[in-house]
Design a protein around this ligand. Sequence first.
Ligand code: S3P
Length: 440
Amino acid sequence: MAELKIIEPACGGWRGSLTIPGDKSVSHRSVMFAGLGDRPVHIRNFLHAADCLSTVAVMRALGVQIQFLGEHELIVTGKGLHGLTEPMGVLDAGNSGTTLRLMMGLLAAQPFFSVFTGDASLMQRPMGRVLQPLSQMGAQIFGRNGNNNLPLSILPMQKKLRGICYDSPVASAQVKSAILLAGLYADAPTTVTEPYVSRDHTEQMLAGFGVRMERSGTSVTVFPVQKTKYCAPEEITVPGDISSAAFFLAAASIISGSRLCLHNVGINPTRTGILDVFMEMGAHLCVKNRRQSGGEPVADIEVEAAPLHGVSFGAQIMPRLIDEIPALAAAALFADGDTVITGAGELRVKETDRLHAIAEEFQKIAPGSIEEREDGLVIHGGAQLQHARVASRGDHRMAMSLAVLGAAGEGAVLEEADSVNISYPSFFSEIKRLQESGRD
Ligand code: S3P
């Protein structure tokens, strides 16, 4: 991932329309859950990017048949809820926390042995948060560094897991989903309670497979599934990823003369914190053509350049915009006044420590304008921007937000730009197209 990219300053606004690629979270889940079914599931608008391809490779290694009909269209044929088979080799989750954590939940319940590895970033991320509740359910999982890090080995489960009530200290959809997936195979219902509700794609999609789920406040309960009651749908259409749309919402808001229409954006309410915060900052957004697609709400979003002002937000909204902080931070540098972000400690355990990376890398472009706090950032708006060489640190969302910041300012040289392949392989060709249409 050593690609250097020259980011040109935008001369004129970004104009035009673009279709947002498939949602990463939903794409992962579509392949995993379809792989537990016993009939072919046709998946459309799948995100063909490195993270989701890690899930495809892992499911194939477990005996699931996956056939691509095109880049974004595939057919997944599982062998049933109890049909996964022991992998011959080590499973590689690559850079993908979602692949690893959800699959830990799924594999914890299987009667065979499996071993996971991943890339240098994933090696450092905490897995104890998933391993501990799964161990309470009776799973036997062992890993490096006191069972907190990859590589991890999952021992064969000879009996049923125990249903538990788990009070999660973090609002994390990956933790919640791992426990719910293990709960499918448990001897009793399993309840996960979170401090705040995290994205609910697992709940929504499993309900579509006939799994009984009950929500009450910030708790969700899954009921163990009888083999015959797990019923895969014929089709799953993945909505566009609002986390990918976020970079264009930020860019169009801060690059003067911009006007974009983003098509097919997923607007699941557990993901739309970014829209709430941008609205509060004074962004000109219009959410149109609301509709349902594959069990999830989607819409088209129009956005144009507007004067923004600083805002404060914290822990309560954090799970609804956790992946959008880098894009928001870029926009906040153009706002009038300070933006104060608290309750964002989870950003320290993403693909890189994003609080530290934003503070260090953004400040190469906007010196003196960001204060790093233990659980957040203070971003001084109206920053004086300069051309700089910046590093994505191998983090796809850092790469895209730095590209937006460079384009909105004096340009930049971006290291490890190809990390965008993790979630948005066509990102740079899209910005080139939009930038050129702004110049016409
Ligand atoms: C995801 C959950 C979030 C998010 C990640 C995708 C998911 O992570 O940051 O990009 O698909 O469940 P956490 O659950 O760790 O917050």
